[in-house]
Write a protein that binds this ligand. Sequence first.
Ligand SMILES: [Zn+2]
Length: 255
Amino acid sequence: MLTLVKGEEVIKESKSLEEFEGLLNELFNKYSIKPEENAVFVSITCPDDQSSSVLSYIITKNKYEKDRSKHFLVYNRSVFGGVFVPGYKTFESLIPAAHHIPKSGKNLVVLNFTHIGYEEETGEWGKFIRYGHDHASPSCGAIVTLYSLIKEGKEMVNDEDLRELGIFLRNIIMEENIKEMPRNEHVLHLTLNAFERQSSWLLEQLQHLSKKEKINILYIGGVEIDMDKKKEFNDKILVKNITYIEAGKKIEKIL
Ligand SMILES: [Zn+2]
């Protein structure tokens, strides 16, 4: 069980995209990871195109930086909510990424971010104003919609991925006794719990992948906070877990 944290503390603890890039560079130096040369990025994020700024930022900053003839390698594994649902999603879907690593290298950098909106003016969680919109809309839309269906005792949706995510979220809501909170902080708590549970499952899966494919994996996971898109781009990154797996054996928990 996670202890309840206040929304303001989460905002304070979060990194700007520039700070996040600094962290990435430190880690790349430490483990001799050179994007485009000896590593492939795996992005495990929500299909929501306005909620994957971590990935967009990294691509923008790194793409073609050194050699325009090379393709920037990103293996995109879109999962609703950025949640790799335990018992349902497995490492097998990530094997192609391991096979895309350039011949000279053996590194995967796995970026695993679930996401949540934050409306600055009202301090409310679970929504933000998207590009070209005047009003806030749900974020993560999948998590917020499933939460309402679960609370209203309605039938779960038919789509298989969403249904599995719904079953996973329902268990968390029951076990953690998640109830409505001011400023929709319950959406934040549900998101943080969902991230933690899927993260430990995903790390187990990555260990299998690392062992099977004889590769090193740098895992960075957390929650991307989508801020209103009225002003400049200022999304935030709450980094929750950094783990390095060396060829399926040595595991170093960095955060
Ligand atoms: Zn989403």
